[in-house]
Design a protein. Structure first.
Length: 153
């Protein structure tokens, strides 16, 4: 498959906006079940560690953090996976090149579930207008300079 032939991964939000997935990171939250009732502190440390890792990768850009839902069982637990999506869409204001958002969320990963299905299920009601940012030519140029400087030095 040639690079130009790679399929885009995209999905639609509740408001009808089509969002493209530019990058996606999936990480297990733990290698054993962490229950909330007995290990509340471990749950907090696990979610905080995942958030810090993604914020470092985001190079200073705002990361939208969706608090993990509790899985209703006895005892309750958090989902088994932390997922981060770098998303882009059409600009929200005239003159912008595009809009983007970085979202860290938690979900139970089930084998043979597509990335699109996971994103659709977990982010269908994400408020793009409230949380995404527009990118102008100038901010894109500055980002590239900072990114290249960090990468090359």
């Amino acid at each position: 498959m040639n690079p130009g032939e790679y399929p885009d991964i995209h999905f639609k939000l509740d408001d009808g906006r089509v969002v493209t997935v530019d990058s996606f990171v999936w990480e297990p939250c733990y290698n054993r079940v962490i229950t909330v009732g007995h290990e509340g502190e471990s749950v907090e440390k696990t979610t905080a560690r995942k958030r810090l890792t993604i914020e470092n990768l985001a190079a200073g850009f705002k990361v939208n953090y969706l608090k993990p839902p509790l899985i209703n069982q006895h005892p309750p637990r958090i989902p088994n996976s932390a997922m981060t999506a770098w998303l882009s869409s059409a600009p929200m204001s005239p003159g912008a090149l595009y809009s983007f958002a970085i979202v860290l969320f938690f979900a139970d990963y089930v084998k043979e579930t597509s990335i699109e299905a996971i994103l659709r299920r977990c982010l269908f009601d994400f408020d793009w207008e409230a949380h995404a940012e527009d990118v102008s030519e100038e901010s894109n140029r500055v980002w590239k300079e900072v990114f290249l400087d960090r990468t090359l030095h």
